[in-house]
Write a new protein. Structure first.
Length: 148
């Protein structure tokens, strides 16, 4: 049995690192390999966060609510956060496409980061012990996204 609580924490940590990398790419703190746009790191972070949430919504959350129907309100809150984050990611993507300045891009990342941290904390408080007790069907990557 996979320790899904450890996997979830690990995915959250990787997403935090990806957010940091996106911020640093905006500030030009490192050089991208030739032929790579630094803002690809922002898009990569957004893609990873979206993929993580889609995997949870489609694979992980239905299994949790099947075994623990009392957690349906928690799962509904988490899915609301996912929708809000998707909206914020869409705004960041539009800002990147519009070639907005670094300050504007940082504001977008700050908003995403704030919601992301609140969301991760809530998710971990509500679900980690449940995840340790469930025999989940599926690989961690299918239930938590490509960063698992």
């Amino acid at each position: 049995m996979v320790a899904f609580s450890d996997e979830l924490r690990s995915v959250h940590q990787r997403l935090r690192q990806a957010l940091d990398l996106a911020r640093r790419s905006i500030d030009g703190e490192f050089e991208a390999p030739p032929g790579h746009d630094l803002l690809l790191f922002c898009r990569g972070f957004c893609s990873a966060l979206s993929g993580h949430h889609r995997s949870e919504d489609a694979g992980l959350f239905p299994q949790i609510t099947a075994e623990h129907p009392e957690l349906k309100p928690v799962i509904a809150n988490l899915m609301t956060d996912h929708n809000m984050l998707e909206h914020l990611i869409g705004n960041l993507s539009a800002a990147i496409d519009a070639d907005e300045d670094a300050e504007t891009l940082h504001r977008h990342l700050d908003g995403i980061g704030a919601i992301m941290e609140t969301h991760f904390g809530y998710e971990e408080r509500q679900l980690l012990t449940v995840l340790d007790a469930l025999a989940l069907e599926g690989a961690p990557r299918d239930l938590l996204g490509d960063l698992a």
